[in-house]
Design a protein around this ligand. Sequence first.
Ligand code: MRU
Length: 333
Amino acid sequence: MNEISALNLLDEKLQILNQTKLPLVEEYILTDDLERICESIEKLEVRGAPAIGIAAAYGFALSFKLKSELNDNFIMQVYSRLAKTRPTAKNLFFAIDRMLKVAKKSNQSNIYHNLIEEAIKIHKEDIEMCNKMGENGIEIFKKKSIVLTHCNTGSLATGGSGTALSVIKTAFYNNLIEMVFVDETRPLLQGSRLTAFELEKVGIPFKIIVDSAASHTILTQNVDLVITGADRIASNGDSANKIGTYNLAISCNYHKIPFYIAAPSSTIDSQIKNGKGIIIEERSNSEITSLNGNEITKSKYNTFSPAFDVTPNSLISGIITEKQVFRFPYKFV
Ligand code: MRU
């Protein structure tokens, strides 16, 4: 398998593949600096809910590499800085909450060692969950299928082979995928830049469409099902994912084809009852008014740029996790 890796721990530094430059340039950032890692998350140099969580876990650990004096204030400063990078992905908080627990139980002599071990554990668990989602997802394919997906949910978005893209790849290796339509995913083009790049690497046939072509494609191109990832899933199954996902779920329901989500347990937020409790990140004007640093409309124009939307549970045919495929009414225990 020709997978690409978003993150690696190299010589006690975090190596981040700069996803803002893909697919035209493959450039890496090598750092052990917390501020640089936070900036990477904020700028989407590393992105995708599970990958953000793993980057944050390594960032947490590396902050203690050269720390000669341990104090609770510093632990909380590291936690708070990471917590304010991006609000929506549950995986970020899943990871830093685990790191905080380990930090609080450690002492000066073992804290760095304990934190690095925990970060590696979070990373390894994610790889395992990706593989399991791929295997569990096989059951949603009734025949060799034409699939449509949104954003990027593959090895660039996770520690392993992906969420929705892991399901697609596993199905492809089982001769269950004919073609994948890839939403370009405005404004930051995670579909046309990143998903296309990943599908090309593993040899899965695909066509990129503009987001506004999705319903027409579903109606006219024999799309059998749509599958996406999620950034945070409420206890009742309402799921936040990249802006435009809700449109797809509505379109699938209208056209009577299944709409699936694939996400690891680390994306499920058992503390919130429904989607109303999910904080939706808003991005800057310039991500809409500019493309690759070039203005495409007047930068003074006002924009509304939610990075995510919430799909209500009733529109979701199933949620594929590393445990099983859950069905409505959702109960993740
Ligand atoms: O803004 P991004 O690129 O971090 O958004 C990513 C997504 O919306 C993915 O679909 C989501 O994280 C789930 S896939 C791992």
